[in-house]
Design a protein around this ligand. Structure first.
Ligand code: FES
Length: 108
C-alpha cells in the first residue's frame, strides 16, 4: 500500500448518557465520517488520501473533530457540508481551510 499524502482522522467517539464530557458522536460525527468516505470514493483518491475513524482526540466540546496529517491541522465543528470544501481546498488543493480550524485555545 502506498503511503498516503494526506491522512484524515475523524473522531467517532461516543459516550454513555449522562457522562460529564460531551462527545463528537453527540454532534453528528457519524454523518461527517460517512461523507468523508463518500467523497473519497466519488473522487477516487484512494492512492492519495486515507480516512480513518478514531477515538477522542481531546477537544470534545468543539467537535466533530477532524485531524489531518502531515500538517497536524485540526478542524472543529465540521458539518457534512464542509467535507467537500476540505477535499477541494486542502486535500486536493493543498491549502488548509483556515475558517474551519479548531480554535487555537483547543488545538494550538
Ligand atoms: S469526543 Fe471527539 S474529540 Fe473528544
Amino acid at each position: 500500500m502506498p503511503k498516503p499524502e494526506k491522512h484524515v482522522f475523524v473522531c467517532t467517539q461516543s459516550r454513555p448518557a449522562g457522562h460529564p464530557r460531551p462527545s463528537c458522536s453527540q454532534k453528528g460525527c457519524a454523518e461527517v465520517f460517512e461523507e468523508f468516505l463518500a467523497q473519497l470514493q466519488r473522487r477516487n483518491l484512494f492512492d492519495k488520501v486515507q480516512v480513518t475513524a478514531t477515538g477522542c482526540m481531546g477537544p470534545c466540546s468543539e467537535g466533530p473533530s477532524v485531524l489531518v496529517y502531515p500538517e497536524g491541522v485540526m478542524y472543529g465543528g465540521l458539518g457534512k457540508d464542509d467535507v467537500a470544501t476540505v477535499f477541494d481546498e486542502h486535500l486536493v488543493g493543498g491549502e488548509p481551510v483556515q475558517r474551519l480550524f479548531m480554535a487555537p485555545e483547543f488545538w494550538g
